[in-house]
Write a protein that binds this ligand. Structure first.
Ligand code: GDP
Ligand code: MG
Length: 262
């Protein structure tokens, strides 16, 4: 697959250089969960880069970052594919606690994957409530995708009631993904231009050139986004600080800013 955005590793600028004008209120972490093989990586590929790959490769990249310039502001979306933590409940719980937005995926030909999403939803609400000392979280921005709807009816293993109220998507033919990404942005308090069909994808270098103060300025003001190829998953310790930050920080100077720039 042609992926020009990944060809920049050697000359990529430092993270602080690239995200210098980023306000913490414009940073979000999307946590992606679901059974193996349901299409999470394929959906993310559509979200970040476009394209579809028929071969199944178990996920190795579990942390991705994309930067955007939209209407004069910089945004950062970090995506944590936490599905590798399936058999590590404590780690998964921490990942859940660090999430601002949740993308849950099941596949319509896999009944077990639907049940897993139901359980995950409860787990997410339970974890967020525990963080609020048992109070119900008012809202946890969540998008559920019933994926692989391109498969023929005889392969479906879920009922129409199971897919009611969720996004019936296909990472293969792109069906309904735009609506799912739009809901993700809206529920997560991000501009709709973060959706893949709503901005121009550029390399990190071009993106950097568009950043005011670095000789560029927004040439045409059109929204654009670039993958940040050097993003690494934050350590266990910094995830823990991210979760406990505001409470710990109260003892000092008020709430800790929750910007994920490490
Ligand atoms: P993950 O393990 O959840 O990340 O799943 P992947 O994205 O790696 O996809 C697993 C397999 O399902 C791959 O062979 C994909 O090509 C295939 N796949 C993913 N999404 C779809 C879809 O919407 N329709 C169909 N027919 N196959 C899909
Ligand atoms: Mg995967």
């Amino acid at each position: 697959m042609c992926d020009p955005e990944h060809g920049e590793k050697k000359h990529a600028p430092s993270e602080r250089e690239t995200t210098g004008s980023l306000s913490p209120r414009n940073c979000r972490r999307v946590v992606v969960l679901g059974a193996p093989g349901v299409g999470k990586t394929s959906i993310l590929r559509r979200f970040l880069r476009d394209g579809f790959d028929d071969r199944y490769q178990p996920t190795s990249e579990d942390f991705l970052r994309k930067l955007y310039r939209i209407r004069g502001e910089t945004y950062q979306i970090d995506i944590l594919d936490a599905s590798g933590e399936r058999s590590f409940p404590a780690k998964r719980r921490l990942s859940i606690l660090t999430g601002d937005i949740f993308l849950l995926v099941f596949s319509v030909d896999d009944r077990g994957s639907f049940e897993e999403v139901v359980a995950l939803r409860n787990e997410i609400f339970g974890a967020k409530a525990a963080l609020l000392n048992g109070r119900e979280p008012t809202r946890v921005p969540t998008v559920v995708c019933a994926n692989k709807v391109d498969l023929p009816a005889e392969e479906w293993a879920v009922s129409p009631a199971d897919v009611r109220g969720v996004f019936e998507t296909s990472a293969k033919d792109g069906q309904n993904l735009d609506s799912a990404f739009e809901a993700l942005a809206r529920r997560g308090g991000l501009p709709p231009e973060t959706g893949p069909s709503r901005h121009r994808r550029v390399s990190l270098r071009s993106y950097q050139a568009l950043w005011p103060g670095r000789g560029g300025g927004e040439a045409d003001g059109a929204p654009c986004g670039a993958l940040y190829p050097l993003a690494r998953r934050p350590s266990f310790g910094s995830d823990l600080r991210r979760v406990l930050g505001p409470r710990g920080a109260k003892r000092r100077n008020g709430p800790l800013e929750k910007c994920p720039v490490q």
